[in-house]
Design a binder for this molecule. Structure first.
Ligand code: NAI
Length: 679
């Protein structure tokens, strides 16, 4: 066996006795393999050499436990200054992939773990692909989530290998496939146990079976005369989910296929040009920002020993779903309520969740066994985390935590899911106030990724660190917040919903108001959001935040609550709901810029207020909280980023104009004048 590593920092090369060349990627200084300029340059040289030495076959694999290749190096995107540079970087990557594809010997990618984006594109440039069994969804082309599309020839090769419908679906949705699914759709040639991957690679290279290609009925769909018809159909579907002015990448993917059908060298240059342009869009810049914000939240918690046991008190909407989520994530959970009948609905919901999310045989049943009922609350004593989610009443919570500090393990995390009660009020009656912190989950728990981790004035920092780690362990994003009314998310959503109701009072139709927010990029308009949150809860939160926001609830909201019209849950709020969907008028006046500014700048100005009050530590955390917790249009990068992109001076001027017309609530926060010093 001949080994060559000299001069190569990231790749190892060896040629085995049987004449097969093994290229192993182990990107230096990084826990994960990504394709940056140096990694590609080295691969380029190694491929030149392989061409000269003409081995019997060539294998590309990774030595990292974190997977094959996680994609292109996103950090490099940030140094690109113009579309030409972006196109040139893609073209350089394409050349390397083409060199691999053009090698006269057979080539195989051996995938163990993640092969994403550029990593999968590299595998697509090989003649064969084999993957290790036993991984969850680890194969995909998720570039669209960053506002771009594959740029190393993937838009062409995916279509050629899989046929247009599946290739476009993967690129447009960014969804991932498990190895088993990938084998079924012929993205992979073989699956193998991790320990036999090398043997299978060798076997394939020596046997040289026919290369996979789509059946004729899929190939024919990329035929010129059929393309416009199919593209039109798919474009209509995409338009239902995204607007080209907000998210141009999916439309660019379709356009590339429309023009070239995954064929010819022009398809590659068009791909490079297109990604170059997309890389320069504010959407891409902001989605990359959101990607890094997510990474930051994921990595905020110091590594700690994993939690095994959780006890949840209150099996209502929140407690029931928090308990189910923890069991889904592998923890042993006990759930307590006043009587068994209060827990039943939660157990039914949990079963549904497990069946939906855990598809492997026996997994859903195992999760069900991890979740048990403990009405007496005996098991609170051996839990490492105790989460309270009972009624939002101070006396009830005080009484419960007084008992808990006696019962629970001395180093257990004692957490409340309260959305409005100050931690300090609950701890007033505790002997050890440093033991309490807040873990504020959002409804619905299974869908919303953020958890606000609330630090009271006396909370023990070591417990907070443990709580941050616990939130990360259960696959949520922890946002550390200071205990203050509404924390971040409710504090920012409340002015948004309140302004909508005021605008309605000024004569705007409900549908027009929702449309204004959706045109901006919010996932749900403020009126529908209020109906979905529940008007009783909205009224309660406004009551709590009233003093902070210097406002009170509009009379119409109070009337609705008194009449029992609480929104989606009662079938009627501002809208009437059928099958959990609001019935909206089809014809209504279009929104105007003033209305959009009223809704959006109410949130943006309140975000600055949160920063001034030190609810979170910095503006990135604030943006992260509002994007992941309130759904603030991700392609705008967060409320503060939106203000910076628009121009802080312009935001101030718009707020001043709104303040003149609508009242002092729009007065620009003083923080705007200092922001230039922190960005
Ligand atoms: P819920 O009314 O659906 O559930 C409360 C549950 O606690 C009920 O099953 C009740 O029987 C039980 N309970 C009451 N007193 C108890 C006691 N002393 N011991 C044991 N169980 C008791 O309420 P929900 O909506 O789940 O809210 C719970 C907490 O979560 C509240 O603090 C609320 O502010 C907070 N929260 C609610 C959100 C929501 O969207 N509903 C969102 C985020 C936080």
């Amino acid at each position: 066996m001949q080994t060559l590593t000299d001069g190569y920092e990231h790749w190892r090369q060896k040629t085995s006795e049987d004449g097969i060349c093994w290229l192993t990627l182990d990107k230096a200084g990084s826990g994960t393999n990504t394709l940056n300029k140096e990694v590609l340059t080295e691969l380029d040289c190694l491929l030149d050499q392989a061409r000269k030495e003409s081995p019997r076959g060539l294998v590309i694999r990774s030595i990292k436990s974190t997977g094959f290749i996680a994609g292109a190096d996103i950090k490099e995107f940030q140094h690109l200054e113009n579309a030409q540079q972006g196109a040139a970087a893609a073209a350089r990557g394409q050349l390397v992939m083409q060199k691999l594809a053009d090698l006269p010997c057979p080539t195989v990618a051996v995938i163990e773990g993640f092969a994403l984006g550029g990593g999968l594109e590299l595998a697509l440039a090989c003649d064969y692909r084999i993957a290790a069994e036993g991984f969850e969804r680890n194969l995909g082309l998720p570039e669209v989530q960053l506002g771009i599309h594959p740029g190393f020839g993937g838009t062409v090769r995916a279509v050629r290998l899989l046929g247009a419908p599946l290739a476009l679906d993967l690129m447009l949705s960014g969804r991932m496939l498990s190895p088993t699914e990938a084998l079924k759709v012929h993205l992979l040639d073989r699956l193998a146990q991790p320990e036999s991957l090398d043997a299978v690679a060798r076997e394939i290279l020596l046997a040289r079976p026919a290369r996979l290609r789509p059946p004729w009925h899929l190939r024919i769909l990329s035929w010129g005369p059929l393309r416009p018809w199919l593209a039109r159909k798919i474009r209509a579907q995409v338009r239902r989910r995204a607007r080209p002015e907000h998210y141009p990448a999916p439309f660019a993917i379709l356009e590339l296929w429309m023009q070239h059908g995954g064929k010819g060298s022009a398809a590659y240059s068009a791909e490079a040009r297109s990604i170059g342009e997309l890389l320069m869009t504010p959407t891409c810049r902001n989605l990359v920002r959101v990607y890094f914000l997510r990474e930051r939240l994921r990595n905020l918690a110091p590594k700690q020993t994993a939690v095994q046991r959780v006890h949840v008190i209150g099996a209502g909407v929140m407690g029931g779903d928090i308990a189910a989520w923890c069991a889904l994530r592998g923890l042993t959970v006990t759930v307590q309520d006043r009587a068994v009948e209060y827990v039943q609905p939660a157990l039914i919901r949990a079963k549904k969740l497990f069946e939906k999310r855990l598809r492997a045989p026996g997994e859903a049943a195992a999760a069900g066994e991890r979740l048990s009922v403990d009405i007496a609350g005996d098991r609170a004593s051996d839990a490492e985390v105790v989460i309270e989610a009972i009624v939002e009443r101070l006396d009830a919570k005080q009484g419960l935590f007084q008992q808990l500090e006696e019962r629970a393990n001395a180093d257990a995390i004692l957490a409340t899911n309260t959305s409005s009660i100050q931690l300090e009020e609950i701890t007033a009656s505790m002997r050890s106030p440093e033991r309490l912190l807040g873990l504020h989950f959002f409804n619905p728990v299974a869908k919303l990724p953020l958890v606000e981790v609330i630090r009271g004035e006396q909370t023990d920092p070591a417990l907070l660190a443990k709580a941050m780690s616990f939130v990360t362990q259960i696959g949520k994003l922890p946002l550390p917040c200071r205990s203050a009314p509404g924390f971040v998310v409710n504090r920012i959503l409340t002015p948004y919903m309140l302004e909508a109701l005021r605008a309605h009072g000024d004569g705007y139709q409900l549908e027009t108001i929702d449309q204004a927010a959706e045109d901006f990029g919010m996932p749900t308009g403020p009126v529908e959001l209020a109906d979905r949150v529940g008007l009783d809860i909205a009224l309660h939160v406004i009551g709590i935040l009233g003093a902070t926001l210097n406002t009170e609830a509009p009379p119409l909201l109070k009337q609705k609550v008194e009449a029992g019209d609480l929104g989606a849950k009662t079938g009627r709020g501002f809208y009437t709901f059928t099958e959990n969907r609001p019935v909206k008028a089809r014809d209504y006046p279009p929104p105007d810029d003033e209305l959009r500014d009223r809704l959006i700048l109410a949130m943006v100005n309140e975000s600055m207020a949160c920063l001034e009050d030190g609810i979170v530590e910095d503006l990135d955390l604030l943006d992260a909280g509002v994007v992941f917790g309130a759904g603030f249009a991700p392609f705008r990068g967060g409320p503060i980023r939106y203000a910076i992109d628009t121009g802080v001076e312009q935001i101030i001027a718009r707020l001043e104009a709104l303040a003149v017309r609508h009242g002092p609530r729009f007065a620009p926060r003083p923080g705007w004048r200092q922001i230039n010093s922190v960005i």
